[in-house]
Design a binder for this molecule. Structure first.
Ligand code: HEC
Length: 175
């Protein structure tokens, strides 16, 4: 660095100018840094808003004046032994069936079907072999008990057993 006392006027002016220039550069750098810091400080609290602007989530419209808002309570509502949201019989095993059998398709597929325990067993095996139904472990027996009990074939046990004394037998005339 040149010594002040030995500088002539021209050198001094050039030196001052260099000093002013580097001061200006320094100030610009500080300003830039400040803007950056303020930017970061503003960005952090507004982060989620900014992300929302950049990729807006679809707005879920809720029906506001229907008076019947779907809520947890309705979701678990049971009337006359039927779980309203799924239409499934509310009975032991219901939770297992709801948790495992309403994932891929509606519970209606269950409630609209009737089968014996064996029939249900075959249906579950079919779904496991072809539709990607997972291993149900110990829940399988509980689910089968439930299905066989509440979704048994309609006709089974419905007709009163024949009363042999009441029947009027006749001889079929085959001529
Ligand atoms: C991994 C997916 C998956 C799960 C979990 C699942 N299913 Fe299914 N299920 C299917 C598919 C796929 C079909 C065929 C749907 C169609 O035909 O439209 C089906 C069909 C059915 C049918 C109709 C069968 C027929 O012959 O029409 C019944 C009944 C059924 N499932 C009951 C159940 C029960 C009970 C459970 C719970 C143990 C269950 N499903 C869990 C995938 C699944």
């Amino acid at each position: 660095m040149p010594n002040h006392q030995h500088m002539d006027e021209q050198q001094k002016e050039a030196y001052d100018k260099a000093l002013r220039d580097s001061f200006r550069v320094l100030m610009s750098a500080i300003k830039l840094l400040l803007i950056l810091v303020v930017g970061i400080l503003l960005y952090i609290p507004l982060k989620s808003d900014i992300q929302q602007w950049l990729s807006p989530k679809p707005v879920v419209k809720t029906v506001s004046n229907s008076g019947v808002q779907p809520n947890e309570e309705d979701f678990d509502k049971v009337e006359n032994g039927v779980h309203l949201a799924t239409g499934l019989k509310f009975a032991p095993g219901f939770e297992d069936v709801r948790a495992n059998c309403t994932v891929c398709h509606s519970a209606a597929l269950v409630t609209q079907n009737r089968a014996t325990r064996e029939g249900w067993d075959q249906m579950l095996t079919w779904m496991q072999e072809t539709q990607g139904l997972w291993d149900l472990g110990p829940k399988r027996a509980r689910i089968l008990d439930y299905l066989a009990e509440y979704y048994a074939p309609e006709a089974q046990g419905r007709r009163a057993s024949l009363d042999l004394q009441e029947i009027e037998w006749y001889i079929l005339d085959l001529e």
